[in-house]
Ligand binder design. Structure first.
Ligand code: NAD
Length: 291
């Protein structure tokens, strides 16, 4: 019954659209520019930053990678952000999360010019999302989830949607998007204190899982015919895998998929969309900088 949503294919479609916009901007004399700031040596963060910068190069975007040592101070990071705020060749800035513990991440996010906050985490952009002001930047992962639902033909209007997780990066913005006039869904946000979670989830026509626990959503929690978007990326030990681990989502895919009308796999579902939406936000920032 289930239709597997191919996140890689949808991401490629988004990036093909981006290429057209990039060309138009270049014709007008503007090359969109993205700056990625990495503080410290977190291996996963290094991989994410590397792939963002590579994707920029592939698409002909200008990019800067700024690496700061693990013992960088708050002032060091703020100085870099301020310099990037003033750099006319840079339209998008992101500081890779999580920074080392001495860094106050919220203060760094607040220091980014909201017009360059392509992650969509600055309070101005959070407010714009809430207000449905289209000039704001929507966080990349939930924006990608919305696009996946659309491309898979999942009707969100009037649907019962359950978002599991209430983070500022995924759960909350996802709920806002689903309940907005763009989504028109009836939304329940479940979290670690939710009672009778399985029962809540069984009501859902659409489940978005953003928990960070491997294979947490099991078949008994999913209504027959529901659409399931799995945001989770979890490493689980696997001695048969070359790296000694494999990636699984927050959904027990093998048992849940047969019940679904549509489902995203992990990997190859939401993951590829996040970077595509980042590029898309950077282009939007460049376009808006010309207005
Ligand atoms: P987070 O840790 O900030 O939030 C997790 C949420 O899950 C919390 O709101 C918490 O209330 C909820 N939760 C925890 N235990 C629960 C329980 N027992 N029942 C119900 N809810 C529970 O995580 P996050 O940043 O939102 O990320 C969630 C997952 O998505 C992680 O696996 C992360 O790696 C992944 N992620 C993927 C992408 C991507 O590009 N695909 C992007 C961001 C995050």
């Amino acid at each position: 019954m289930s239709k597997i949503i191919d996140g890689k294919a949808v991401a490629e479609k988004v990036l093909a659209e981006c290429l057209e916009d990039i060309q138009e901007l270049k014709n007008a004399g503007v090359t969109p520019g993205l700056a990625v700031v990495l503080v410290g040596e977190d291996p996963a963060s290094k991989v994410y930053v590397g792939s963002k910068v590579r994707k920029c190069a592939e698409l002909g975007l200008h990019s800067r990678k700024i690496e700061l040592p693990v013992d960088a101070s708050q002032e060091d990071v703020l100085a870099v952000v301020n310099e990037l705020n003033d750099d006319p060749l840079i339209h998008g800035i992101l500081v890779q999360s999580p920074p080392p513990p001495q860094i106050d991440e919220d203060a760094i996010v607040r220091a980014i010019d909201p017009a360059k906050d392509v992650d969509g985490f600055h309070p101005v952009n959070v407010a714009k999302l809430t207000l449905e002001d289209a000039s704001g930047f929507v966080p990349c992962t939930p924006a990608g989830c919305m696009r996946l639902l659309k491309e898979a033909g999942v009707e969100t209007s009037g649907a019962e949607a359950v978002v599991i997780g209430r983070s500022m990066i995924v759960g909350k913005p996802m709920a806002l998007l689903l309940m907005s006039k763009q989504g028109n869904a009836t939304v329940t946000v479940a979290h670690s204190r939710t009672k009778e979670l399985a029962e809540v989830c069984r009501r859902a026509d659409i489940i978005v899982a953003a928990i960070g626990m491997p294979e947490f959503v099991t078949a008994d929690m999913v209504k027959e015919g529901a659409a399931v978007i799995d945001v989770g990326i979890n490493r689980v030990d696997d001695s048969s895998a070359k790296r000694g681990y494999r990636l699984v989502g927050d959904v027990a895919y093998d048992e849940v998929a047969p019940k679904c009308s549509a489902i995203t796999p992990v990997p190859g579902g939401v993951g590829p969309m996040t970077i595509a939406m980042l590029i898309s936000n950077t282009i939007k920032a460049a376009q808006q900088s010309m207005a």
